[in-house]
Design a protein around this ligand. Sequence first.
Ligand SMILES: Nc1nc2c(ncn2[C@@H]2O[C@H](COP(=O)(O)OP(=O)(O)O)[C@@H](O)[C@H]2O)c(=O)[nH]1
Ligand SMILES: [Mg+2]
Length: 222
Amino acid sequence: MSISIELKRAIYEENDARARAINETLRGRGIFTINILGGPGAGKTSFISRVAERLHASGEKLAVIEGDVASDIDTRLLRSLNVEAYQIETGGDCHLNAPMIEGILGRMSVADGSWLFIENIGNLVCPAEYVVGEDIKLVVASVAEGSDKPYKYPAAFAKSAACILTKIDLKEAVGFDEEFFRKGLAGTAPGALLLPLNGRTGEGADEITAWLRSVRTRVLEA
Ligand SMILES: Nc1nc2c(ncn2[C@@H]2O[C@H](COP(=O)(O)OP(=O)(O)O)[C@@H](O)[C@H]2O)c(=O)[nH]1
Ligand SMILES: [Mg+2]
């Protein structure tokens, strides 16, 4: 085996072990953690915002870790919605990893029993390769990105518990081929759920939040 493959395996193993430890600690405190993947501008922050509004309305607690190469724009937006949000700026890295999450958790106060959303760096490649302590991954894909994404980035879709399909209001304008997208999703992630969302109006967010609550209960009771 080549040195570079050996090195890569060692990096993944170290990351996996640290992610498992993070997940054990969080689960032990009743915290349900979601790692959100998706391309830049897919609607990840809008998705978190719409779900956060619903969790707030029912008195549930949540915290968000925002990952970006640079800037704290999303963190400031979420804070303006009264969401407890914290920023990781990777300075160039294309994904979050377990040590980054360990580091920021040490500086955050996440209440026991909370929801924890982690918005990963905007791309569909590297974030799919690293676990960060999550219970589930979700992939956010917008109709504006085209209907071929499950075919081109299979790992991100295959590893996610569901695909949130955003910008459904733009379907006709961009000529989104839903049947082709669904076929690709079924091919890479058999049985995967496709959950539509308008991240601006919140259409679809009640159904997504209800589904997430059922997954959370199942995970935390396991
Ligand atoms: N028309 C439309 N725009 C959306 C929708 N969801 C998000 N956007 C817009 O798309 C842009 C990127 O959204 P954002 O949530 O920041 O994407 P992120 O980069 O994946 O976090 C913003 O201008 C949003 O207002 C949607 O469902 N429909
Ligand atoms: Mg964002």
